[in-house]
Write a protein that binds this ligand. Structure first.
Ligand code: URA
Length: 222
């Protein structure tokens, strides 16, 4: 009886070995080279961790926390400054006039909003659209960094002085930062002018177009 079981087991092992040899000959190495697993962190987990946030004073005046929007598989992520009035009311990033322009910019490089991810440095609207303060950024930025860690985009486009300076930890002007890629934790980061700035200064659109063409070229590389 015991011998029967042993014989059967030996036969099974021999069959598996033969099968693996056959697969190897075919160039299939599935058991040996499984794709490296991503960390068990997803955007819903990050969202849950933020919860009904009261970590900084910006929660006091908010209607909605604006987490971010788009595909978690995005190869391109846009990062703005913080929600404005429309975004606060709708709970979505870049849905006001600046958002309409951003949508057109995304479409100009043959993509859609659904194919990218859009987020901000802070997730609640600063009163009267003032710049977010250092303690507000300190409270909020870790969650954007976690979102970027989950998405792992190839390219990040920092929209405006504030996003560019915060992510790159520099005080250099946007006019000096834009126009070239900067290394950012394994991604390529392109700073460019903020769409709201372009609405007030349309003569800068040509520079943004130059930056976007570089992004499109990089995006198309596999
Ligand atoms: N401006 C930003 O920086 N972010 C938004 O979501 C909207 C306007």
């Amino acid at each position: 009886m015991k011998e029967d079981i042993h014989r059967e087991l030996r036969q099974i092992v021999t069959q598996i070995k033969g099968h693996l040899r056959y697969q190897k000959e075919l160039g299939i190495n599935t058991l040996l080279s499984q794709k490296k697993k991503r960390p068990v962190l997803d955007l819903n987990v990050v969202r849950r961790e933020i919860g009904e946030c009261t970590r900084c004073r910006l929660h006091e005046g908010r209607n909605h926390l604006v987490f971010g929007e788009g595909t978690p598989h995005a190869r391109l992520v846009f990062v703005g400054e913080g929600p404005g009035r429309d975004e606060d009311l709708q709970g979505k990033p870049f849905v006001g006039r600046a958002g309409e322009l951003l949508t057109r910019i995304i479409e100009a490089i043959d993509l859609t909003r659904e194919e990218v991810y859009i987020a901000n440095i802070v997730k609640c609207r600063p009163p009267n659209n003032r710049d977010p303060r250092p303690d507000e950024i300190q409270a909020c930025l870790p969650f954007l960094l976690k979102q970027l860690e989950v998405i792992r985009p190839k390219i990040i486009c920092a929209l405006g002085t504030f996003a560019a300076q915060t992510l790159l930890e520099t005080e250099e002007k946007i006019s000096a930062l834009r126009g070239r890629f900067h290394s950012y934790h394994g991604a390529k980061l392109m700073p460019t002018y903020h769409p709201a700035f372009l609405l007030r200064n349309p003569q800068f659109k040509k520079h943004v177009w130059e930056d976007m063409k570089q992004i499109r070229k990089e995006y198309k590389k596999r």
